[in-house]
Design a protein around this ligand. Sequence first.
Ligand code: NAP
Length: 283
Amino acid sequence: MTLQEKKIYGLIGYPVKHSLSPVMHNAAFQVLKINAEYKLFELKPQDLESFLESLPKENIHGLNVTIPYKEKVLPFLDNISSEAELIGAVNTIRVSHSKLEGFNTDGDGFLRHLKEDLRFDPAGKIIAIIGAGGAARAVSVSLSNYKPKIIAIYDVDKTKTLDLVSHLKDNFKNIEFKAADSIEELNTQISDLLVNATPIGMKESDPCLVNKKFMHKNLLVYDLIYNPGETKLIKLAKQMGARTSNGLGMLLYQGVRSFELWTGRPTPIKIMRQALEGAMKKL
Ligand code: NAP
């Protein structure tokens, strides 16, 4: 009898060393007694293509993809899911019969956390998003599948805002999409949900992007950042009586979906959640 070789999974990006993904995936492999390990691969841009080509030979069966490669991997994949195509980025690669398949589980992860844990139904709601980068694309596409009334988007880079709004308008009818020129123009006073999809809030020196007069008790403020667990935005929202969430739930559920795609097994969500929460306490 030959011992089955350990399957390798992992995360590619630059940098990746502070990622919590290994903790949650390795906890899931362990509890399901799957002979596999999730590793971090910090890749320089010039090494991306050769690394992706080497996956079958290196016994790597699946990858998560983070900044700056979510769009850059697209030309090297054999096929991509319709959702990843709509979002324009891939955060999960599955290696199947030496072919590379791309998926995007970020939007799915965000929506699952929003609907199942936070009990927020986007249908008919007014939504404001700060940022128009990769995460905002995933979040806005996924929200649009659930028929909100209005999605307003603001990014410091006006071209990115306009590109995303025009892409959404082309793909989703009966939803009003607005390109805001400032955070004030997002009109969060009348919004049900405010999403921070920028990295502003990760550093102690970062400002709070939203003034307190734009917060209210009926607003859910969702910051995609999970480290720190409480950004200045979340603190202010709490003070003003708004509901809040950081991005840990999104991280969990995007990982859950990736795990399902790789293993085809029901995912031990509780174990993955506990592993993440334990790791957060040590940060
Ligand atoms: P990204 O592609 O770099 O997009 C961020 C966007 O925000 C950029 O277009 C950036 O513009 C814009 N921006 C920066 N400062 C701004 C400001 N003051 N006001 C308005 N827009 C501003 O990054 P990303 O991949 O979308 O990630 C965004 C955040 O989401 C990160 O903190 C990331 O860690 C988090 N995230 C969390 C999860 C999760 O599972 N919880 C998953 C994915 C991402 P410039 O490029 O011009 O600076």
